[in-house]
Design a protein around this ligand. Structure first.
Ligand code: BES
Ligand code: ZN
Ligand code: ZN
Length: 466
């Protein structure tokens, strides 16, 4: 996944990468030899963040690569353009840069993410990795960056793999592969067994597909440690069901398992860091299809909690499958319960694609996630669980409807729906996210994306770490 990164110990005479703080450029320049000054001036280079310049050595050959950065929350992205920009060879940050562990970690994470590629479906020669290698120190900062990058890379890969190769069974297999790597146990409840074990909403939403629905349940860590439970929406493809999406809206719906990709990526970070927690990951994995067995608008479903739900819209399927998973999660009184879901278009209308919506019944949890998100540039923005809107989910025929009659406030309405099922969880947060980059930026290529899991990992580390 990250073949462009190598260990510094294995590389001899790498070409130096010289990071220059944007605001220290003038001072830095004044110490440079005349030929470098002339070259830098001729190129009009001023070390603006995220820009780089190759400078020749004294012999006229390849000397070093300058990279401008600003040491703030976004610093990691300043380094993320390097993997694509460097010509083949081996490079390493100059030694003095390694002294600042926190900044080195950001730079390392930037160059990891900047080299992420999704090329498993490319058969041409271009697939072979002829790129520059970046050598990183074997330090704690590098290990942390690598851990985070691998969690993010896992999430991106799972989202990018198309639905024909990432159905409920393959999503289960991915969780099992991950669990196997870290000694977790992964159990699943599949198909009719969902009914027998009282997960009727997951069963019903997934019943329209030939690929059987399931609940994936990963357990890791010491049972007596603080309990963290992660729930991720695993709708492997969302056609909308009988409330069929128009093709333009359906096109991207392989990413509707993006919530499950987040929680697996976050679980990977937690397990690889060996945090002293008891981790549980619950993924309702289904495909929302149209067929002779699919559920219908106006059907009334059972849920694990016993609340009956009238289906106002089959396209509001995520909240249905999450309801059973959240009921199960809340039943064991976890110390922290986080769910991630590509739940509503309304959250995207409110906040755009790059800013997931955060809902929580715990101000400390919400503030912690928001603060870490801003500090790490993995932002989340809180919206309210607005009490006054609860009646909008009333049904004439059942205990609840899965949608409101109004087109407004859809992200809040969906969160309020989930809130009924997360009831009892003392510290619950719901993250409604896009899980997709619409454009290419350094370190953030078009395609599946991790959102909010760096922020969540930091919070979990700070609260429950050693
Ligand atoms: N998976 C979609 C939500 C979605 C759409 C997220 C586009 C990100 C981008 C979800 O299942 C859905 O279709 N929700 C409906 C709910 C509506 C029927 C109340 C929506 O947002 O339109
Ligand atoms: Zn939907
Ligand atoms: Zn959906």
């Amino acid at each position: 996944m990250y073949d462009h990164i190598i260990a510094l110990e294995t590389s001899s005479h790498p070409i130096p990468i010289i990071p220059i703080a944007e605001n220290e450029f003038a001072a830095w320049l004044s110490d440079q030899p005349a030929h470098s000054k002339a070259w830098i001036a001729a190129n009009g280079y001023d070390a603006k963040r995220g820009t780089h310049l190759v400078v020749p050595g004294e012999d006229g050959g390849f000397g070093a690569v300058l990279v401008g950065y600003r040491d703030d929350a976004k610093a990691l992205w300043d380094f993320a353009g390097l993997p694509a920009a460097l010509s083949s060879g081996t490079y390493a940050f100059e030694d003095r840069f390694a002294d600042n562990g926190a900044l080195y970690e950001k730079a390392a994470l930037g160059v990891y993410l900047g080299g992420y590629r999704f090329d498993r479906y490319r058969t041409e020669d271009g697939k072979k990795d002829k790129r520059a290698k970046i050598a990183l120190q074997g330090s704690d900062a590098t290990k942390r960056a690598e851990n985070i990058a691998r969690g993010i890379g896992l999430a991106r890969d799972l989202i990018n793999i198309p639905a024909n190769d990432m159905g409920p069974a393959e999503l289960e297999a991915a969780a099992k592969t991950l669990g196997g790597e870290f000694g977790a146990t992964v159990s699943t409840i599949v198909g009719d067994d969902l009914l027998k074990q009282n997960f009727p909403a997951i069963y019903t939403v997934g019943h329209g597909s030939d690929r059987a629905p399931r609940l994936v349940d990963l357990h890791w860590g010491d049972e007596s440690a603080p309990k963290i439970t992660l729930v991720g929406k695993g709708v492997c493809f969302d056609t909308g069901g009988y409330d069929l999406k128009p093709s333009s809206n359906m096109l991207l719906m392989k990413k509707d398992m993006g919530g499950s990709a987040q929680v697996l990526g976050l679980a990977r970070m937690i397990m690889a860091a060996n945090l002293p927690v008891r981790l549980r990951v619950l993924i309702p994995a289904v495909e929302n299809m149209v067929s002779g067995r699919a559920f219908r608008p106006s059907d009334i479903l059972q849920t694990r909690k016993g609340i009956t739900v009238e289906v106002g819209n089959t396209d509001a399927e995520g909240r249905l499958v999450l309801s059973d998973a959240l009921t199960e999660a809340a039943s064991e009184d976890p110390d922290m319960l986080l769910d991630f879901a590509t739940l509503t278009g309304a959250a995207r209308v409110a906040l755009g694609l790059g800013l997931p919506a955060l809902f929580s019944n715990d101000d400390d949890l919400a503030n912690g996630l928001m603060e870490n998100g801003l500090a790490l540039h993995d932002p989340l923005w809180r919206l309210p669980l607005w009490d006054e809107y609860r009646p909008m989910l009333e049904s004439k025929a059942a205990d609840m409807n899965n949608i409101s009659g109004s087109p407004f406030g859809g992200a809040i309405i969906a969160a309020l729906f989930l809130d009924r099922f997360a009831e009892g969880a003392k510290s619950w947060a719901h993250i409604d996210l896009m899980a997709w980059n619409p454009t290419d930026r350094p370190g953030r290529p078009t395609g599946g994306e991790a959102q909010g899991i760096r922020a969540a990992f930091k919070l979990i580390e700070d609260r429950f770490g050693k």
